[in-house]
Design a protein around this ligand. Structure first.
Ligand code: NAP
Length: 430
């Protein structure tokens, strides 16, 4: 075999380092599968002296990552630096303009600039790929772009952030609160020093925007998405969820209806019998529903050097085999601004916990507000306490529009007998 595909990798951290390792260790296997040698020809990072997973002494080093785009010896550029603008964006744009295919793991970049970058790739006859950007090692992008492409996708939902899933699983197991579990997760390397992107749902939102773009042809856009994280969840809610036969997950959900698309990230109670509820620890999982395939569930590692680098190298391999199809499965000009259904109009069941003083008339007051707003109760739970003591009243509802539940929440919070802020959690029945 004489032909080779020459690769430049920008960013040699967790993902980029993993890519250099796979390209080195599995070189013969990859050559056989790609029909060409996948040659690691150049790299760039900030610090040349830092130890890397493989020996790079024979590989060209570019102090400026942008130089990779201009290097005529390279065919494919891998961007594993990160950030939704700055050097990552500049490099990807320059590489595509220079006629080089690009593979990136950067969900923030693709969620923000994916449509424009996809158009740039098409204009230059090259490929833009980002399998590692969503759910790490799970091949969900290619599954939606190709394997499920025969279907009208109705919805896709699941767990797209391993850090949150790890924290929630630990809170459930240990009964500890969010802050204690987050601190432990940071010590163990499951959470970043600044966990904002993960625990506030932003990272899952980026990934969901990318999935919706491929599933529904919706131009990636996080601005109209409903995003809530897990910071305010207490161990109490996890205990009640268990009592109700559910587990709480940070759910990312998108669906296509006649009115538009739903795009939402928030904690949700998921029945324990649903495969998504059973995905524990740092794993990710996604359910895809289509008109012919019915329901498929994919589960696997959403982060880490091995799984993400595996996804990146899979993308390089498909480029080496000649795939130049549009990044989101349809030409970028056809990506549309489908209307996003506002969260107030979401219909579903709800869990409402009210910390109240146990005295006559409390339930009547709450019941009156629910009746006024047209909310019907599915179940009511109250564990025994002495009269006059604080107790939680837990109500689950039948399906109702979220706007009504928000009004209920505002009104019950005003009751004298409600002694702490009420808690609302959505219940998914799938
Ligand atoms: N980590 C994961 O599990 C994971 C999973 C899915 C997607 N991703 C995405 O993959 C991307 C990379 O993440 P990561 O975790 O691998 O990050 P990381 O470990 O922090 O690595 C970043 C790399 O970029 C290099 N770098 C930073 N600024 C640079 C610059 N101006 N020019 C050249 N190189 C520069 C750093 O160089 P030095 O090493 O010299 O400091 C480092 O090698 C991000 O977009 C992230 O969202 C990560």
């Amino acid at each position: 075999m004489t032909n080779s595909v020459r690769i430049g990798v920008a960013g040699l951290g967790t993902v980029g380092g993993g890519v250099t390792e796979i390209l080195t260790r599995n070189a013969d296997l990859l050559a056989a599968r790609a029909g060409a040698r996948l040659e690691l020809a150049a790299v760039s990072a900030r610090d040349r002296t830092r130890a890397r997973p493989v020996d790079l002494s024979h590989v060209a080093w570019h102090g400026d990552a942008l130089a990779l785009a201009a290097d005529p010896a390279l065919d494919v550029i891998v961007e594993t630096i990160g950030g939704d603008d700055g050097i990552a964006r500049a490099l990807v744009e320059a590489a595509l303009k220079a006629g080089k295919s690009v593979v990136t793991a950067n969900k923030a970049l693709i969620a923000k600039h994916g449509a424009a970058l996809a158009a740039l790739a098409e204009d230059n006859g090259v490929a833009l790929r980002f399998e590692a950007a969503v759910a790490g090692g799970i091949p969900i992008i290619e599954a939606l772009r190709t394997n499920f492409a025969a279907n009208r996708i109705t919805r896709a939902y699941g767990i797209l952030n391993g850090t949150c899933n790890y924290i929630l699983s630990q809170m459930e197991e240990t009964g500890q609160g969010f802050d204690a579990v987050l601190a432990e997760a940071q010590k163990l390397g499951y959470a970043e020093a600044d966990p904002t992107f993960d625990v506030d749902g932003i990272d899952a939102g980026h990934k969901l925007a990318i999935l919706a773009a491929i599933a529904f042809g919706a131009k990636p856009d996080c601005s109209t998405m409903h995003v809530e994280g897990i910071r305010s969840l207490s161990a109490t809610e996890l205990k009640y969820a268990d009592e109700l036969g559910c587990r709480i997950k940070l759910l990312a959900f998108t669906s296509r209806t006649e009115e538009g698309i739903e795009l939402r990230v928030h904690p949700a109670m998921v029945p324990r019998t649903n495969p998504i509820a059973r995905i524990s620890g740092a794993l990710n999982g996604i359910t895809v529903e289509g008109d012919f395939v019915n329901r498929c569930v994919l589960e696997g590692p959403g982060a880490g050097a091995g799984p993400t680098a595996s996804a990146v190298v899979g993308d390089i391999l498909s480029i080496a085999r000649g795939d130049r199809s549009p990044a989101f499965g349809i030409p970028a000009v056809e990506l549309n601004g489908l209307p996003v259904i506002p969260m107030e109009r979401h219909r579903g069941a709800y869990y409402l916990r009210l910390p109240v003083i146990d005295q006559p008339g409390v339930l009547a007051d709450i019941g009156g507000i629910l009746r006024d707003e047209g909310v019907s109760i599915e179940s009511l739970l109250q564990h025994g306490r002495d009269p006059g003591e604080e107790v939680s009243v837990v109500i689950t509802t039948h399906d109702v529009e979220e706007g009504r539940m928000r009004r209920v929440l505002a009104r019950v919070a005003q009751l004298d007998t409600v002694v702490a802020p009420p808690v609302l959690v959505r219940i998914e029945q799938f």
